[in-house]
Design a protein around this ligand. Structure first.
Ligand SMILES: Cc1cc2nc3c(=O)[nH]c(=O)nc-3n(C[C@H](O)[C@H](O)[C@H](O)COP(=O)(O)O)c2cc1C
Length: 402
């Protein structure tokens, strides 16, 4: 509202100036000079200082998808995030990014994306969904990631990487591991084995080791995958965690320990993102209040930004929202308001005006686009063009196309 009010005044002021209003005076709402906000006769100098002030105020108030965003040492040129999306393209099955990943990620950087989050990257071979996933389980992986990260940086985007373990959803593992020996309720998934308490501690260390390697490869931020029914999510869900050790008594404990261990491997100025499913879709699954309490614990442990998704833990029941534009935005707003923490909204937000409104209405601080960026690597540039008044970031080589 404040923004619309200021915009109205600004336009009326400009009209007054251009129509040669009363003595070039500011006639707010077409009143005489004496009745204007300054309550005294105008002069040219005052008119211009008023306009300059107003413009300054507007630029503060007008937060758009293309307003830069800074959190800790991470400076983004805009608020467009590429959502992590598995490519299942590691043909060598060694977890190492190849030419496909280079072309895929660098073209989204050329396309003006502010932050690119590299797809789910797993902390051990059996933590992959399939053998074609990325991994960071050895120091030998670091150079390939460094080349990828350097390439993305060279085209002006910042880089995050999603560190993960698939747990009971590891499809190609001979025997998947999980908090409890409860299989994903679908015949295509294998029966998992429950991790011992000692193995859970070892798993925390594997996340920390992968984070250290990501930092060595030059990433600007790390995202922990705590959503979509993968290992961290399996630990913090009452549906999948039936343990009777400490990791079952306190459902957030595994996530908290992972966060604390990962943080130790990150520079203090590097923000840590945590992706969470705000609600579970299975009947009897947790709701947003549980997700808020988990996020509170994770924030206290060192998370700076929550990336708000939903579901993925099992077959969808009654709580699954329809896949409408912006279907997860209300969850993002709820978590943002409850915890006063920056959030990334995601989910069918590839209509530029909708993405713009999520930022303008302060539902979220950043907007992630997934499938929209599969269809169009230049989504960010095209969104800026579509939202007239926003400045697209177009590489020199492509200027003549616009
Ligand atoms: C091909 C594909 C792969 C995905 N892989 C991941 C992933 O690695 N990690 C993750 O957290 N979400 C993954 N997702 C979910 C997306 O990050 C995103 O949350 C979802 O697609 C909704 O956003 P959208 O409507 O903009 O596509 C994937 C989605 C797609 C389409």
């Amino acid at each position: 509202m404040q923004y619309i009010y200021n915009l109205t005044i600004y336009i009326m002021t400009a009209r007054c100036k251009y129509e040669g209003g009363p003595g070039w005076g500011i006639s707010l709402f077409r009143l005489d000079c004496a009745d204007c906000a300054y309550n005294r006769p105008c002069n040219l100098e005052r008119i211009f200082s008023y306009v300059v002030e107003m413009k300054k105020e507007m630029s503060v108030l007008k937060t758009s998808l293309f307003t830069p965003y800074t959190i800790k040492n991470l400076e983004l040129k805009n608020r467009v995030v590429m959502a992590p999306m598995c490519q299942y393209s590691v043909t060598a099955k060694d977890g190492i990014p190849n030419d496909w990943h280079h072309v895929h990620y660098l073209s989204r950087a050329i396309g003006g994306t502010g932050l690119i989050i590299i797809e789910m990257t797993d902390v051990e071979p059996d933590g992959r969904i399939t053998d074609y996933d990325l991994g960071l389980w050895s120091d030998e992986h670091i150079p390939a990631y460094k080349k990828l990260v350097d390439g993305i940086h060279a085209h002006g985007s910042k880089v995050g990487i999603q560190i993960a373990h698939a747990g009971r959803k590891a499809e190609d593992a001979a025997e998947p591991v999980a908090p409890s020996a409860i299989a994903y309720p679908d015949a295509s998934y294998k029966q998992p084995r429950a991790l011992t308490t000692e193995e859970v501690r070892g798993m925390v260390q594997k996340f920390a080791d992968a984070a250290r390697r990501a930092v060595q490869a030059g990433v600007d931020t790390i995202e922990l995958h705590g959503a979509h029914g993968y290992l961290i999510h399996q630990f913090h869900s009452p549906v999948t965690n039936k343990r009777d050790d400490v990791y079952g008594q306190e459902l957030s404990l595994f996530g908290v320990e992972v966060i604390q261990a990962v943080r130790k491997e990150m520079p203090a100025g590097m923000p840590l993102i945590f992706r969470i499913s705000a609600v579970e879709y299975v009947d009897g699954g947790y709701d947003v209040d549980h997700a808020i309490e988990l996020s509170r614990a994770y924030q206290a442990a060192g998370v700076d930004v929550i990336h708000v998704s939903s579901g993925g833990e099992g077959p969808a029941g009654a709580r699954k929202p329809g896949n409408y534009p912006g279907y997860q935005v209300p969850f993002a707003r709820q978590i943002r308001e409850a915890l006063n923490i920056p959030v990334i909204a995601v989910g069918a937000l590839d209509e530029p005006a909708l993405a713009q409104s999520v930022i303008g209405n302060e539902d979220a601080d950043l907007v992630a686009v997934g499938r929209g960026l599969l269809r169009d690597p230049y989504w960010a540039t095209h969104a800026a063009v579509a939202l007239r008044g926003e400045k697209p970031s177009i590489p020199e080589q492509y200027q003549r196309g616009y």
